[in-house]
Design a protein around this ligand. Structure first.
Ligand SMILES: [Zn+2]
Ligand SMILES: [Zn+2]
Length: 146
């Protein structure tokens, strides 16, 4: 009986720890607001929680994406970025520094309705990412030329 009680307590502690870790990761993404990569989230989280492991951060980022609390952006030629903002919007990736920014343009909600599905796909979504050079990198470039 006592053994059972102990296990239950341990489970509760484990669940509580998982919940705390999960909300710490969520809070970091919400605070950063700059589409961080998993590594950048880990760096941010580990400042205040040095004991948290990289794997835990990665796992929670994926969990939060699955539950729809954050959005995982699959970026071509680079690591995934995580967005605190889950409503539909588009992005631009800087070709110089690799950072991802929001693009201010109307969202097309039923874009997938325009797909002529000839190959029997189940479409699950899409990430539209423009390419560009961000203002910061442009400024750096201009400074170098002078
Ligand atoms: Zn840039
Ligand atoms: Zn975004």
């Amino acid at each position: 009986m006592s053994l059972l009680g102990y296990n239950t307590n341990k489970d509760i502690i484990l669940i509580r720890r998982n919940t705390i870790q999960c909300s710490v990761v969520l809070a970091a993404v919400q605070k950063m607001q700059n589409h961080p990569t998993a590594d950048e989230v880990y760096d941010e989280v580990s400042k205040e929680h040095p004991s948290i492991s990289r794997g835990t951060v990665y796992r929670n980022l994926n969990r939060l994406d699955e539950t729809g609390q954050i959005h995982k952006l699959n970026v071509p030629d680079g690591p995934e970025h995580f967005d605190h903002c889950c409503h539909g919007h588009y992005h631009v990736k800087c070709e110089k520094c690799g950072k991802v920014f929001d693009v201010d343009m109307p969202f097309i909600p039923d874009l997938d309705k325009n797909i002529r599905n000839k190959h029997g796909f189940d479409f699950t979504g899409c990430d539209i990412i423009f390419r560009g050079i961000c203002p910061g990198c442009k400024k750096k470039e201009a400074g170098r030329k002078r």
